[in-house]
Design a protein. Structure first.
Length: 413
């Protein structure tokens, strides 16, 4: 038995499917997606109003859309593995007339600003035209004018690093204002002096370079990783540069050898002077030592003489004192003796003298015979003395008188 509601269910299912298809088709045609690494510029169907969408995700188109990559790399190279399969290197001419080709790359980044993106869309329509008609011409002009700031020799040697810096600076911020200046140059190899016209960058009062406004600045496009990989010179120029470089190296080598020889001579001279100074210093040390020793000997001798003089002075003073003491003692003894003599009439001394005299006469008397052999004169009365006794008595009296002794009193007169 068939279900009477089945046709209705099938119709409803078909209707839902058709409606889903309509919605999906509408979303496909009317909706869009901003993918990573891209920006979208949308233009409405009827009004033509533009709008830039920079946030990732879905959006409602309601018009025409253009997709712009956020960044890209521009190659200017003759190597088929670098960018294009054809030679896209940039031809240049240095200020000495030599030609060359610059090989390298630079990354450019579009602005995220809504107004600047709409301006790029209006001016260039799509991304490829922005690349070819805006960024690449600015880069080429910056590179070409950078080459005019130096000679081929300078780009080959001491200004090679400046090339990338100047080219990126001019491409990003504007071309330098320059002027021609006549200068006098001395050739480092031959020594020849000649005039040369050089391009000088003009600076303002604040010291900054004066420049034209860059088109990239106007559209908000930034440059990153500006890289000059190599500079290709024509064979004749390259040979000439190699020869100049070799000659320069020879000159530098010769200068280095000359400087080395000069330095060795200076070193030898300084070493000789150092040895002389050392010898002088040693002699000066010996001299100073001798002077010190002599001074020391002199001071020792002077000190010894001073000591001896002091000793002599002390001896003299001691002798003088001794002399004075002796004189004083002698005076004292003499005064004492005189006082003693005055006190007892020098009795002691007189008695001693008298004793010696009497002893001498006694000794002489004992040597005589008691009885004389011959008697001359009168008779020999009892108690009479002989002539010897009389003489001795006489001499004793004389001695007592001379000594001024009074035997009765026991004192001298």
């Amino acid at each position: 038995m068939s279900d009477p509601d089945a046709p209705k269910s099938n119709f409803f299912f078909v209707f839902l499917l058709f409606f889903a298809v309509i919605i999906a088709g509408s979303l496909y045609f009317l909706g869009g997606e901003v993918k990573t690494g891209t920006y979208v510029v949308r233009q409405e169907f009827l009004t033509g109003k533009m709008d830039a969408i920079t946030d990732e995700g879905w959006f409602l188109k309601l018009g025409y859309t253009s997709v712009f990559p956020v960044s890209d790399i521009i190659w200017f190279s003759d190597d088929t593995t670098e960018g294009s399969t054809k030679d896209e290197s940039i031809s240049i001419r240095f200020n000495d007339g030599a030609k060359g080709n610059i090989n390298g790359s630079v990354r450019f980044i579009l602005p995220s600003d809504n107004e600047k993106l709409k301006k790029l869309k209006k001016q260039f329509s799509d991304f490829e035209r922005i690349r070819k008609e805006l960024v690449l011409p600015v880069v080429r002009e910056a590179i070409y004018l950078t080459a005019s700031l130096m000679s081929s020799k300078e780009s080959y040697t001491n200004k090679r690093n400046l090339f990338s810096d100047y080219a990126e600076d001019q491409a990003s911020n504007g071309i330098f204002r320059t002027r021609a200046v006549e200068t006098t140059i001395t050739d480092s190899i031959s020594g020849e002096i000649f005039s040369k016209t050089e391009i000088e960058i003009i600076k303002g009062d604040n010291g900054d370079f004066i420049r034209k406004t860059s088109a990239l600045t106007e559209y908000g496009i930034e440059l990153r990783n500006f890289n000059v990989i190599r500079i290709k010179y024509p064979e004749n120029i390259l040979k000439q540069l190699d020869e100049q470089q070799q000659a320069l190296m020879d000159v530098q080598k010769a200068k280095a050898m000359a400087q080395k020889a000069e330095q060795e001579a200076i070193t030898a001279e300084k070493e000789g002077l150092a040895k002389i100074a050392t010898a002088k210093a040693q002699q000066e040390v010996i001299k100073i030592k001798a002077v010190v020793e002599a001074k020391k000997s002199k001071e020792v001798a002077e000190l010894k003489a001073q000591q001896e003089l002091e000793v002599a002075k002390l001896d003299k003073m001691s002798a003088e004192e001794y002399k004075q003491a002796k004189i004083l003692r002698s005076d004292a003894d003499a005064k004492a003796a005189k006082l003693l003599i005055q006190a007892d009439g020098a009795l002691k001394q007189k008695l001693a003298t008298y004793e010696k005299v009497m002893t001498a006469w006694a000794d002489a008397y004992t040597k005589q015979r008691p009885t004389p052999d011959i008697v001359i004169g009168g008779d020999n009365a009892k108690g009479s003395m002989n002539s010897a006794e009389q003489f001795m008595n006489f001499m004793s009296i004389k001695a007592l008188k001379d000594l001024q002794l009074d035997l009765k009193s026991g004192k001298g007169k």
